[in-house]
Design a protein. Structure first.
Length: 255
């Protein structure tokens, strides 16, 4: 996605299927599509004859070793915070000779986040639980916690760590957000509420349980702005318009 923001899609010789999901136009050219970064074999990647391999965790150490042995430059990214993401964008832009474009992308992201933060200021601050995986339950990354705060919410749990249904219920969240890695918008909200016995959780009783398309919150790139808009609407529907990429639970209040 970052290379797309930099206007450098034509430089891509291979990418994962998840990259295509985020940026379909990359498939219009002679680009080799591999499964994903944690299952793609080094020979698949090397077959595209890249000068540089960009990878974000998780990725295979064995494949990385083979890529390095072949003499190909490798940049491995493992961001956790928004600051890390900005640094990675700047690094990619610098390597690609597009430093000024990278600065513009970062500035746009920071400006959009600041605008949402300003619009959300002064309102109530609902308690928000956001998960990036369901079994085991894993709390979303630190950058998601930052976005929740910017959208006017109080983030529940330790970002990036596993937790339990009981701990979440005890925290009494006002809003629950699910953005499972690789699940798109298909998180079974009604099913997990039943299985976790969350009927008396405030978020469930008020039907403020949402699925956000995972690429909007799990991809460390400008797509996070779409995730921020979704979070902002979920927290403050009276202040923000409903964006695409978010689905609300359909559950009878009698539960």
């Amino acid at each position: 996605m970052t290379l797309g923001d930099l206007g450098l899609l034509e430089r891509i010789v291979a990418c994962t299927k998840h990259c295509v999901d985020l940026c379909p136009e990359v498939a219009n050219g002679p680009c080799l599509i591999v499964a994903d970064s944690w299952s793609a074999q080094a020979r698949q990647i090397l077959a595209a004859r890249p000068d540089l391999v960009l990878a974000s965790v998780p990725y295979q150490i064995e494949a990385v070793s083979e890529i390095l042995k072949a003499g190909v430059r490798f940049l491995g990214l493992a961001p956790r915070t928004l600051a890390d993401i900005y640094t990675d964008i700047a690094a990619i832009a610098g390597i690609m000779g597009a430093a000024e474009c990278g600065e513009a992308v970062i500035a746009r992201m920071q400006s959009c986040i600041a605008e949402v933060q300003e619009r959300a200021a002064g309102g109530c601050r609902p308690k928000v639980f956001c998960e990036e995986w369901g079994n085991p339950i894993i709390v979303s990354e630190p950058w998601v916690a930052e976005l929740v705060k910017a959208a006017g919410g109080e983030f529940i749990g330790v970002p990036g760590k596993s937790t339990t249904a009981e701990e979440i219920a005890a925290a009494q969240p006002d809003v629950i957000l699910a953005a499972w890695c690789g699940a798109g918008d298909r998180v079974p909200l009604e099913k997990i509420v039943e299985q976790r016995r969350w009927r008396d959780v405030p978020a469930v009783r008020s039907q403020r349980v949402f699925c956000i398309s995972d690429e909007l919150l799990t991809t460390p790139a400008s797509t996070l702005l779409g995730g921020l808009n979704a979070v902002a609407w979920a927290l403050h529907p009276e202040r923000f318009e409903r964006p695409t990429g978010i689905r609300q639970i359909e559950l009878a209040l009698s539960l």
